[in-house]
Write a protein that binds this ligand. Structure first.
Ligand code: KIV
Ligand code: ZN
Length: 542
């Protein structure tokens, strides 16, 4: 089928593609993506994101690193039990305990996979693992064999492969294949390689390991030099049929290959290379918004594919061209990535049923108490805003999901401010023990004052690292959306808040960020105490 024939009413349907030309999408937003500084997703948010990834049509979801903490284990297990469609995988070092934790977490999925890894570069072997090549071979062999004793679907990654000796990496991969790994993933862990060098590396691996043709070759590229998508694309052209990537390009340091970019690159240039994914691209924008809200990582306006300006034409010449014929300056249709406006519009007279139907159309299953809460929130907003659109509803539901997992909650706040007096704010915060603590502060303006009042209520030192204000939609009565990053108790954390009142959105965001930081610090302390007690220190993770 040609790309053109797949259009229904001008919007591309998910195309059919021959199996050998199908590139599988392995989403690692919830594992590598979650390793970005400041991100702390609660289990409900992780399940919601995983469900949206399933709707998007990814092939594999890497749901987390189960050995890392009891919270990670539970979230991977919840995803394995509740999200159908994609393969669900958990990451594991070569340690027996890691592999058993990964299996314990994914085994209830209809399609489980264990993903195990060990470094093959001498830099990592000498300095980090402090061992030798023979030991690495032994660990890889034992880990894959152990994983295969539980699970038919096992993936193996030689970490830092692109800086490793290709002959040695080939030896380790051959061992993994012999032990039953069905996917061999070649990570560019530090984002160092270039497209031509990566191509040569993969071609050499094919020469050195003929059995590589019998398994799925996968690519996993980081973006330190801005080449993650280009390198992944080179990998696919060299024969890889799985790309590891993350929504909005999230991931360690500069991030991973951006899912939306590689998917649209393959779709848009399919005629030239014959390869494609089966991702439903119309879900891309929504998935991106959901992940951005949950993680507090705002998408830059000029981000390819899903940025606010990705389809905006500013210059008169471009606008003139697009008005005459869209393809003069557009290589993709905004509707194909889900950036078209959704027709759902509710108002203050809409009832609970209308809200539930609208949420269902948007892919949210909200019942019982959650529906009551969403309805109450919707009513508050509909009273202040004439029309509540699909984008507003998405923002409200994400906001409610975030609230569900919070230990500290904003109970109330008040701010007095003006140009002729010093501002003063007071705030009440519901503490983890259910009691309300209050604080007062006079700062450099209404935002600074309300943040100070919250800090005084919670009584912790807290540094504001970043503060961004946006709007969910256009228009004067748009919902305000605020993202903050704070550092408290040595922990960096993000928080977001949505409201028709920007100060309220900021106050909510601040309490959430603080709550995430304090919760993260408490979990880290508890883990340290357990590790000390068990006298079993963890070696570094991925
Ligand atoms: O970047 C990396 O090498 C990884 C591996 C665990 C696949 O994330
Ligand atoms: Zn990685």
């Amino acid at each position: 089928m040609s790309a053109e024939n797949d259009h229904v009413d001008g919007v591309a349907a998910t195309p059919q593609i021959e199996e050998e030309n199908r590139v599988e999408i392995f989403d690692t937003t919830l594992r590598d993506g979650e390793q970005s500084p400041g991100i702390s997703l609660n289990a409900a948010e992780k399940v919601e994101i995983a469900s949206q990834l399933a709707r998007l049509g990814v092939d594999v979801i890497e749901a987390g690193f189960p050995i890392a903490s009891p919270g990670d284990f539970e979230a991977v297990q919840m995803i394995a039990r509740n999200v159908e469609g994609p393969v669900i995988t958990g990451l594991a070092r070569t340690h027996t305990a890691d592999i058993e934790a990964a299996w314990g977490a994914v085994k209830d999925s209809p399609r489980p996979r264990i993903h195990t890894f060990i470094s093959t570069s001498d830099i990592h072997i000498t300095h980090q693992l402090q061992t030798d090549r023979e030991d690495v071979k032994g660990q890889a062999k034992a880990a894959v064999a152990h994983a295969r004793s539980f699970c038919e679907n096992v993936e193996f990654s030689p970490m830092d492969a692109t800086r490793a000796d290709v002959e040695f990496t080939a030896e380790v991969c051959a061992i993994a294949i012999a032990e039953g790994a069905g996917v061999i993933n070649i990570p560019d862990t530090v984002g160092y390689t270039t497209p031509d060098e990566y191509t040569r590396y993969l071609e050499r691996l094919y020469e050195l390991i003929p059995e590589l043709r019998d398994v799925t070759l996968s690519v996993h590229c980081h973006d330190d030099l801005g080449l993650a998508v280009a390198n992944s694309f080179a990998g696919v052209l060299a024969g890889a049929r799985q790309v590891e990537c993350a929504i909005n390009g999230l991931g360690e340091r500069a991030g991973n290959c951006s899912l939306e970019e590689i998917v649209m690159l393959l779709r848009t240039r399919r005629v030239d290379h014959g390869l494609d994914t089966t991702v439903n691209t119309r879900e891309l924008a929504r998935t991106s918004r959901m992940v951005s809200r949950a993680t507090g990582y705002v998408v830059q306006p000029n981000k390819a594919i899903i940025g606010r300006n990705a389809f905006a034409h500013e210059s008169g010449i471009h606008q003139d061209g697009v008005l005459k014929e869209r393809t003069t300056y557009e290589i993709m249709d905004a509707r194909d990535v889900g950036l078209e406006s959704n027709s759902i519009v509710l108002g203050k007279h809409s009832g609970r049923h209308a809200l539930r139907d609208a949420l269902e159309q948007l892919g949210f299953k909200v019942e019982g108490n959650a529906l009551n809460q969403a309805f109450q929130r919707f009513k508050e907003i509909a009273d202040k805003k004439k029309q509540v659109t699909a984008l507003d509803l998405e923002a409200i539901v994400s906001d409610e999901l975030r609230e569900a997992g919070q230990k500290y909650e904003l109970a109330w706040f008040e701010v007095e401010s003006g140009s002729r007096r010093a501002p003063v704010a007071r705030a009440g915060v519901t503490m983890p023990n259910g009691e309300e603590a209050t604080g007062e502060y006079s700062g450099d303006g209404p935002f600074d004052s309300v943040f100070g009042a919250i800090q005084a209520a919670v009584d912790v030192e807290c540094d504001l690292r970043s503060f961004e204000v946006g709007a969910v939609t256009g228009g004067e009565d748009a919902l305000g959306e605020v993202t903050v990053q704070v550092r408290a108790h040595g922990r960096l954390a993000n928080g977001q808040g949505v409201s028709t009142d920007t100060i309220e959105a900021a106050a909510r965001a601040y309490v959430r960020a603080l709550s995430n930081a304090l919760e993260g610090a408490a979990v880290r302390e508890a883990e340290a105490a357990t590790a000390e007690h068990a006298a079993a220190p963890m070696t570094p993770g991925p």
